[in-house]
Design a binder for this molecule. Sequence first.
Ligand code: DAH
Length: 338
Amino acid sequence: MTELARLVQEAEQAFSGAADSASLENAKARFLGKGGALTEQLKALGQADPETKKTLGAAINAAKNQIEALLAQRRQAIADAELNERLSSEAIDVSLDGRGRGVGAIHPVIRTWRRVEEIFHSIGFDVADGPEIETDWMNFTALNNPENHPARSMQDTFYLEKKDETGLPLLLRTHTSPMQVRYARTHTPPIKVIAPGRTYRVDSDATHSPMFHQVEGLWIAEDISFADLKGVFVNFLHTFFETDQLQVRFRPSFFPFTEPSAEIDMRFESGPLRGRWLEIAGSGQVHPMVVKNFGLDPERYIGFAFGTGIERLTMLRYGIGDLRLFYENDLRFLRQFV
Ligand code: DAH
């Protein structure tokens, strides 16, 4: 065997003995590097006579090509092996169950809000939205609560430092009733609207929260009577609670913005709450002073208003005992409404 053939064989053995690319590159240097065995041979060629140069030079080149081919082969094999190893160590088990994403749901209070809108919309009521930051005039005075009247203190609220143009501080609305005024002043009768939204009071216990939701109702035309109020509201309760098995009574009461005024009570004739009268809304025939503040002639226009609590409706519908559950965001509670 010639010297060159032996070198090729040695290179082949050295390459296949290299387990990774680093040792392969070391092995390469031994044969093809500057001081490598083949390079030495080429250097020695300088002293040879022209005839030998020709044949030996060709043989050295052939050996070099062979070794380079062997090197390329081994490089590829090592790269493949490394890739395979990475693939198998980083493998994803696609048969494993995913972690899953929770399914979101509508909060029970908002569910009721939407349901109330649907029911009133189906009998021709508009749905209106308005500001939660109100002026003193809209929240109290326009609704026939004279300044300094004790009825105001029943609705203590949060005041802002910012004042309105009359110099009175702005406040968080204590009820949705100012929406009666806002809506009536910008629409012409017949006016038939509900206004659901957030309201605020300085109150906090099992049945009161500083922020809560109400829905206001207003129907004003030339001939709207208390009988219409009864018809609309009783029908609403039957639809909302999905039962005719409930009684409704109108109990005389007082609100500055209605005259006469009534509180609306209801009583289930079946189910867990059967037999107990439950307060559900305030209502009445809109006071002539308020109709005037709507910008309308009280001699011509008449109608009713009502206001009810959205949390209250939700608690009765689902049998929830503590109002605070709505605001704690405890998923164990909320999941029941998915
Ligand atoms: N705004 C009253 C409250 O928050 C509820 C109310 C009573 C609204 C009578 C009305 C009404 O529209 O006519 O206590």
